[in-house]
Ligand binder design. Structure first.
Ligand code: GCW
Length: 680
């Protein structure tokens, strides 16, 4: 597999014979009394993985426990595990966690994968394989792991015609034309990849939704996908177009308070649950960017969400209502609109409504401060939404490892209940005691042979899953795992690639939008620079976001400007509202600052901007140098592919730097510092 199809689930023979012999001794045979499709999936994966990594020959199965048995089961499925009375361990695992244990059973040395549920066994099987793939010791194994978030979801923005909104890795995996009868084997590989990182939900369709997916013929197709994913613990969701009653229901209104409309949604829910008994629910984008919604009928977001929630409630389904709402007519900073519309509705939503909030208030920029809704709606379970597909970070062409971006949001302190009130604690439900909790990511997956377009973009899918399971994991640790599983356990390779990945997102920030600049990408497609873009409509116009003029640059969100800062809790607001204490990484996000303002480095803001853009280019050069140092150590297919992509990235980093600096210089009128490569 040199084309990346296997992702991080590469099970090539471990070449280190000492280590392999240790593993082979510890794992000589499997005892696994398979009783369900999910257990079968776990068994198949263990067989596939251990066969590949270890002997190269199929691993023996046995119902008798020997020295070197791998014993897999729940206390219900496996009497030998029930006999161990592992109550204390099992109690910490909930219904999705797993334990990996070294244990002696009647004097025999065993390794155990156990859980309270079948899906826990599958997650545990992948965890054991990860252990082997990353060359960790099996000695005295005592791993207890349970997910911090209940809902760990991908949002596919896939259209029914096979295109993907903001998709840069080919076309949709879902072959609606051949479904429900043709089940592409790739669906199973997708599900394996999802389960291997603990993701348990997938919304199949674009949030700019086509109501057709809610017709009977399409529900049958979705049901076939649900059947394929079910053994892997993945529940499917669909996007619900708010105006569907008009488009496919033959009604003349979609008014959420109209009983005929409510009835139509109830019937639709009944039809869906008949086909998909464990259907997760609806993801809804309403009254945002021209999408229909309850405002069209003088109703609130809560009226709309609750009507759908009532239709799903009898079956245990949920509505995931997106908080990405803003109006075309901007008399108000777009940064403030979601809070303005939604905070007053806290407490008005049904129990089975979750509100899904993007990491920042504008739109998946290379860097944004956390969204001010976090902490402001304690009565409503909030789901964090991040974007894997790199709409504003160079598509699938630029290498940008995004775990540091996700961590930045998860670790952000909202101060809503005093210090330590992080976004992670809000979306995990911990802070407000919500039974629902979750995190979602806009998928970067398409039908490209390597799934995500850029071989390194798979690290973002991987990293998202790992953080959804445990937000306390580190970006470094996750990257290291991924490198070892994807490329090699050789230290030189691990170190070089780690040194490429970790600063890569910051490199993009530097060459695109340093110091808090945002939304200065080219119009519509958002690829490449466009600080000069004027779209007539302020909220889509770069000039509006950077506000550069002869005196300075930046968006004033303090009380002398839009006052968006007032939506944050006082400790955070106080910090960012003063130019002195605002982190320089967010300076121009919150302030309009003089070109001559003196920065911490002693340089003027203008000079600092020039240095940042130039440093971004320098960082890509370093990534390139590290990669070329690996020539001969990485298989040539992936080596050449990535080398070519890095070359494009370097050209485009220069393009960004030159375009932005020349443009901003036409406004600032100041010379370029002599120390940087002169744009032009
Ligand atoms: O990021 C923006 C994109 C739109 C997208 C929208 C959203 C699905 O430019 O393409 O629409 O956000 O999140 O709804």
């Amino acid at each position: 597999d040199e084309d990346g199809y296997e992702l991080w689930l590469r099970y090539a023979l471990i070449e280190d014979t000492v280590l392999r012999t240790q593993y082979e001794n510890a794992l000589q045979a499997i005892t696994f009394n398979v009783t369900s499709p999910t257990q079968q999936a776990a068994m198949d994966e263990l067989m596939r993985g251990m066969t590949g990594l270890l002997t190269g020959r199929p691993i023996a199965t046995s119902s008798v426990i020997h020295d070197g048995t791998l014993l897999v089961g729940t206390p219900q499925s496996e009497p030998a595990i029930a006999a161990l009375e592992l109550h204390d361990a099992l109690e910490t695992l909930g219904d999705e966690g797993y334990a990996l244990l070294s244990q002696s059973i009647a004097g025999k040395r065993c390794t155990i994968i156990t859980a309270n549920s079948d899906i826990g066994l599958l997650y545990g099987s992948f965890a054991l394989l990860r252990h082997l793939q990353t060359h960790r010791s099996l000695h005295n194994l005592h791993v207890l792991s349970a997910p911090q978030m209940r809902l760990r979801m991908l949002n596919h923005w896939d259209n029914l015609d096979g295109t993907i909104e903001r998709g840069y890795a080919g076309f949709s995996l879902w072959d609606w034309h051949k479904l429900p009868h043709y089940i592409d084997p790739r669906y199973c590989d997708y599900a394996r990849a999802m389960a291997s990182i603990g993701l348990n939900a997938a919304s199949l369709t674009n949030v700019n939704a086509n109501a057709l997916v809610l017709t009977k013929a399409y529900i049958a197709k979705a049901a076939a996908l649900a059947d394929a994913f079910r053994p892997y613990g993945i529940r499917i969701y669909l996007t619900a177009r708010f105006s569907a009653p008009l488009e496919i229901g033959h009604l003349d209104t979609a008014d959420p308070l109209d009983p005929n409309v409510a009835h139509w949604w109830q019937q639709t829910a009944a039809m869906i649950y008949e086909a998909i008994p464990d259907f997760g629910g609806f993801v809804v984008k309403a009254n945002s960017e021209g999408q229909p919604g309850p405002h069209d009928y003088g109703c609130t977001h809560a009226d709309g969400a609750n009507m759908l929630a009532d239709a799903l409630a009898p079956y245990g389904g949920t509505v995931i209502w997106r908080a990405f709402v803003y109006d075309a007519d901007v008399t108000e900073d777009r940064h403030k609109q979601a809070n303005n519309q939604l905070v007053p509705l806290d407490g008005a939503f049904r129990d089975n409504v979750l509100l899904q909030v993007k990491n920042g208030a504008i739109d998946f920029q290379p860097r944004e401060p956390f969204h001010p809704l976090f902490g402001r709606m304690p009565q409503t379970p909030l789901v964090l939404e991040v974007q894997l597909t790199q709409e504003y970070l160079g598509f699938a062409t630029h290498l940008a490892y995004l775990a540091p971006l996700f961590k930045e949001t998860l670790d952000a302190d909202t101060y809503c209940q005093g210090p330590g009130s992080t976004v992670a604690k809000i979306v995990s439900g911990e802070l407000d005691g919500h039974p629902h909790s979750g995190i979602a990511a806009v998928s970067n997956i398409g039908n490209d042979r390597n799934w995500c377009g850029h071989p390194f973009a798979a690290a973002n899918w991987y990293g998202f899953g790992r953080l959804a399971w445990d937000p306390a994991l580190t970006s470094d640790g996750i990257a290291e795992e991924w490198i070892r599983m994807t490329f090699s356990n050789e230290l030189q390779i691990v170190d070089e690639i780690l040194a490429m990945m970790l600063p890569s997102r910051e490199a993009v920030v530097n060459y695109m939008t340093p110091l808090g600049l945002h939304h200065i990408m080219a119009r519509d497609h958002h690829y490449g620079p466009g600080p000069w873009v004027d779209m007539g409509r302020a909220d889509w116009t770069a000039l509006y976001y950077h506000q550069a003029d002869a005196d300075g640059i930046g968006f004033d969100r303090t009380s002398s400007g839009s006052n968006a800062i007032s939506q944050y809790f006082p400790s955070y607001a106080a910090m960012v509202s003063s130019v002195e204490t605002c982190p320089e990484t967010l300076l121009l996000w919150f302030h309009h600052v003089s070109w001559d303002h003196v920065m911490a480095s002693g340089r003027s803001l203008w000079e600092e901007l020039c240095f940042a853009y130039d440093e971004g280019v320098g960082m890509v050069r370093q990534m390139q140098a590290r990669w070329t140092a690996l020539e001969g150590l990485i298989d040539s297919a992936r080596y050449e592919h990535i080398k070519a992509l890095l070359r494009i990235q370097l050209d485009e980093a220069c393009w960004w730097r030159d375009a932005c600096l020349l443009y901003f210089q036409s406004i600032s009128g100041r010379p370029f510092p002599a120390q940087i490569e002169q744009p032009g």
